[in-house]
Design a protein around this ligand. Structure first.
Ligand SMILES: [Cu+2]
Length: 69
């Protein structure tokens, strides 16, 4: 298991947070997604480290932007 924290910009409410959680949860190997709405921190627990590009695509699919990765 590995855990990594990313920063997502553009989330403003619980609905945003759940959209990101839903999309990121679809990625292979992801077992847990925790979103901290106030900071934009998204902590992802997965079986193996996620390729940054996959995470970026999932976040963009949800309609938000992955910051600084
Ligand atoms: Cu929202």
């Amino acid at each position: 298991m590995t855990e990594a924290t990313y920063t997502v910009t553009g989330m403003t409410c619980d609905h945003c947070a759940s959209s990101v959680t839903e999309e990121v949860s679809k990625l292979a190997g992801v077992s847990q997604v925790d979103v901290e709405l106030s900071t934009g921190a998204v902590t992802v627990t997965s079986a193996a480290p996620l390729p940054a590009e996959q995470l970026r695509e999932a976040v963009e699919e949800a309609g938000y932007t992955l910051s600084g990765a």
